[in-house]
Design a protein around this ligand. Structure first.
Ligand SMILES: O=C([C@H](O)CO)[C@H](O)[C@H](O)COP(=O)(O)O
Length: 211
């Protein structure tokens, strides 16, 4: 069964906690988005985990250097997954993987901006990465890009890792992403931009469960 990850991309601490409360019944993973974690820091990881001990917390650090050093405090604060850029040195990715393993947690390699995504995915998987993230970022989405072709490529490699997909997923595309091999579907704007985030999350849950 595919997991749903809700991307919390507000900067506001209280609004983030309130949105998490609304959507938590329908999602598996609460993601603290990159702008949000930079703005709020470790305090938000601790608060979110305390409020939702039954949910996985993904901290979208998008680490680029000093992998083990940067990721360790976020795992210690309650993060279950942190992200590291596939564009970083393999030593950086290995550092985050090491920190994750030391904390019974997971490292996700984010392929955003990576040219040869298959090559990086294969090498990261061989080095113990837990999740490979296919990701069309907000700026690339604004330029008309989508993650669907890359998802087919990465899922088709048959690596011994979970595959996550992010980048404008909504109710019209969520089932085809699951059918294309996504183990984790990430949804941000389609939930937080909806008139009722809870209703939107509920609808997406039903679609994923029926896919
Ligand atoms: O990771 C994200 C982005 O880079 C900002 O940190 C988003 O959270 C991710 O793309 C999911 O959001 P949507 O694309 O709006 O579904």
């Amino acid at each position: 069964m595919a997991e749903i990850q809700m991307a919390l991309d507000s900067l506001d601490f209280d609004a983030t906690m309130a949105l998490a409360e609304q959507v938590a019944p329908y999602v598996d993973i609460l993601e603290i988005g990159t702008p949000c974690i930079k703005y709020n820091g470790l305090k938000l990881v601790k608060a979110l985990k305390a409020a939702h001990p039954d949910k996985k917390i993904l901290v979208d650090l998008k680490t680029m250097d000093a992998g083990e050093y940067e990721a360790t405090p976020f795992f210690e604060a309650g993060g279950d997954i942190t992200t590291v850029l596939g564009a970083s040195d393999m030593a950086t990715m290995k550092g985050v993987i090491k920190a994750a393993n030391a904390n019974n947690a997971e490292a996700q390699i984010d392929l955003i901006g990576v040219e040869d995504k298959a090559a990086v995915a294969k090498e990261a998987a061989a080095n113990g990465a837990h999740i490979i993230g296919v990701h069309t970022g907000l700026d690339a989405q604004a330029a008309g890009q989508t993650p669907f072709e890359d998802l087919k490529t990465i899922a088709g490699l048959g690596l011994n890792v979970k595959v996550s997909v992010a980048g404008g997923i909504n109710k019209d595309t969520i089932q085809s992403t699951v059918q294309a091999g996504a183990d984790i579907v990430v949804v941000g704007a389609a939930i937080y931009g909806a008139p009722s985030p809870a209703e939107s999350a509920k609808e997406l849950r039903a679609l994923v469960d029926a896919a």
